[in-house]
Ligand binder design. Structure first.
Ligand code: ASP
Length: 309
């Protein structure tokens, strides 16, 4: 019998149009998504945990400057990087998040350590950094995160009040990253990591590190990781909403995702998407934007990689 597992990842949702994508860029994104998916699948294939799999997939994208997370994080209003990340283990509903951190190569690993070792769920700013220091995290130099493309994006809006989603800026470079997985033991996990929004106010926190908004996992329902304008995802408590619709209304994963992304989020003019997997291994990848970098795989099946709508 083929072992059963499922994995999905995203690299941000937004105005991604084929007409504006060069063939080279498309190849680079496809390759990066494929690499991240492979990093997670290897773990699931050999019976590893969904938590380990989502960490591997998200770390891979955090290391790739194409995505707005880790190395490729966008600049905030004062020309710095403040990153957010979170993870949730659906088997025990343990969760960890870090908000407003800088200098950490893989924020998702810090979120996991916060879940496993801090006795708390969410640490922010200086406190999160002190915890990282105590755990022996290396502080990366500022130039590790300096990307000429991101810098130009920020320069375009520096000094204005415009807070831009990574995908609404001129060059349309995406995006927050995330992964959701079902492992062979039947456990679900979700992880999300981001640099947030270009020119965001110093101290602004989006949905990505907030459990229930940007990330949620519960073995009885689903695992969800979101991407889009964080303020709307916070107001919509989007990731938890998908789980609630399945739990309380008995909806299928796809129906719950469509209800949340295509109706409830649109009602408040929220733009973005999510990736989700349920306890049966079904996968849903809904978005209400032109595109979303995404990829998924189920045990024994072909890998799917998508960019446009
Ligand atoms: N949700 C992220 C935030 O608001 C941004 C994104 O997904 O692109 O920080």
């Amino acid at each position: 019998m083929t072992p059963s597992y499922s994995l999905a990842i995203h690299g941000g949702a937004g105005t991604i149009l084929k007409s504006e994508m060069s063939p080279e860029k498309e190849v680079a994104y496809t390759k990066a998504l494929r690499e991240a998916l492979d990093a997670g699948e290897v773990i699931l294939k050999k019976g590893g945990s969904s938590v380990d799999a989502v960490i591997a997939a998200v770390s891979s994208m955090e290391d790739c400057p194409l995505f707005n997370a880790g190395r490729g994080a966008v600049f905030n209003a004062v020309g710095g990087h403040e990153m957010d990340a979170s993870i949730m283990d659906g088997s025990n509903r343990m969760a960890g998040g870090a908000a407003g951190i800088s200098g950490i190569k893989n924020p998702i690993c810090l979120a996991r350590d916060i879940m496993d070792k801090s006795g708390h769920v969410l640490l922010i700013g200086e406190g999160a950094m002190a915890f990282a220091d105590a755990q022996g995290y290396e502080r990366m130099p500022a130039d590790y995160f300096h990307d000429a493309f991101r810098y130009a994006q920020w320069k375009d809006v520096q000094g204005t009040d415009a807070m831009q989603l990574d995908h609404t800026v001129k060059d349309r470079k995406f995006g927050t990253v995330g992964a959701v997985a079902l492992d062979q033991q039947g456990h679900l996990a979700a992880a999300t990591s981001t640099g947030g929004m270009t020119n965001k106010k110093f101290g602004r926190v989006g949905d990505s590190p907030v459990i229930g908004a940007g990330t949620y996992a519960y073995d009885l329902t689903c695992a969800v990781s979101c991407t889009g304008s964080g303020e709307f995802f916070l107001r919509g408590v989007v990731a938890y909403d998908v789980s609630c619709l399945m739990e309380y209304k008995g909806m299928t994963l796809q129906a719950a995702c469509d209800e949340v992304i295509q109706r409830r989020l649109m009602e408040i003019e929220g733009d973005g998407g999510l990736i989700a997997v349920d306890a049966l291994g079904n996968i849903a990848l809904p978005f209400n934007t032109e595109g979303m970098y995404r990829a998924s795989v189920k045990a024994g099946q072909e890998v799917f990689v998508g960019i446009y709508g």
